[in-house]
Design a protein around this ligand. Structure first.
Ligand code: ATP
Length: 286
């Protein structure tokens, strides 16, 4: 008999993966599996078992949303190319009913988006009541690529950390639980994943020459990611740092973080807003 999922974690993922100012990302073992004592096969099994739990919790949130509960959950995924954001959406979010998911991938802003404040397109994509929102990249690009590639003056991106914190605080006050996940892949593992994209016709579409350009700017990106973690790791919207060289690990880690966020909403099935006995009689007579 294998161990139960909870026996394979030495402590809750929420505690182990919480961004910590005393543990800079430069020191992060990106191949590590912090807090998880199982092997890959255990991880794969766990993903299925806990994915089913996640699906039920999401249905609870959806049901409550239909009954007037305003709350929602927003998963923010940030990471360099090949860190596995897309796979996270397929393999973790893929467990839940797509009706309950508001998913948005943020690419280079369109001409129209560029005419607006950087949070304009984010506002429009926020999850509705009862929904699980998923951001594949996010407003954090505006303090990452915008900073590294000098897309705006320093004064502008520097002011954005505070703007983001204020924005997220408001969001939390309106009933959204924000789960922010920064995924970190090692330079070597990234190279292998990019190589695969160049060797397999079914992966060519995922490759973009800009990915190699970004590799050259790795140290600047690391600095930008560190600043992001340092400046926006708030109590109301904390960051979680997830090593991403082992995809099976990052997927179960995020599954746990989401389950935890759902459980903290302390949801129950909404009571019937009709007379159950009367409806049973009406149905029997119909
Ligand atoms: P991915 O690399 O996420 O799999 P992709 O290569 O298909 O996606 P897109 O999703 O179209 O590309 O866009 C991702 C790119 O958009 C990234 O290079 C990212 O840095 C850039 N981007 C996202 N948001 C912004 C922003 N606010 N300003 C500038 N560039 C941005």
């Amino acid at each position: 008999m294998g161990k139960k999922p909870e026996q394979l974690w030495t402590a809750p993922a929420r505690e182990i993966l919480r961004a910590d100012p005393d543990s800079p990302i430069a020191d992060l073992d990106r191949n590590g599996t912090p807090g998880f004592i199982g092997k890959k096969a255990d991880g794969k099994r766990q993903l299925e078992e806990r994915g089913a739990v996640l699906a039920e919790l999401q249905e609870l949130l959806y049901a409550n949303g239909r009954s007037g509960d305003e709350r929602s959950i927003l998963l923010v995924l940030q990471g360099m190319d090949t860190s596995g954001k897309g796979g996270m959406v397929r393999h973790v979010i893929g467990h839940v009913d797509p009706q309950g998911v508001d998913h948005t991938a943020f690419g280079v802003p369109t001409a129209n988006e560029k005419r607006h404040h950087f949070l304009w397109r984010i506002e429009k994509a926020l999850p509705r009541a009862g929904q699980l929102g998923v951001f594949d990249r996010s407003h954090y690009e505006d303090v990452l690529v915008a900073r590294v590639d000098d897309l705006v003056p320093k004064k502008v991106w520097q002011g954005r950390y505070k703007e983001i914190n204020n924005f997220e605080k408001e969001l939390v006050n309106r009933g959204t639980t924000i789960v922010k996940v920064a995924m970190f892949v090692s330079l070597d593992e990234q190279k292998e994943r990019l190589q695969e994209r160049l060797e397999r016709p079914d992966k060519y579409w995922k490759y973009s020459p800009g990915d190699v350009t970004a590799r050259k700017r790795w140290p600047e990106y690391r600095k930008a990611y560190q600043a992001m973690l340092d400046r926006t790791n708030t109590d109301y919207a904390p960051w979680y740092v997830v090593p991403a060289d082992r995809k099976w690990y990052s997927r179960i880690a995020v599954t746990e973080l989401l389950i935890d966020a759902f459980e903290r909403l302390d949801l129950d099935w909404p009571p019937a807003d009709f007379d159950i006995e009367k409806e049973k009689r009406r149905l029997a007579a119909s």
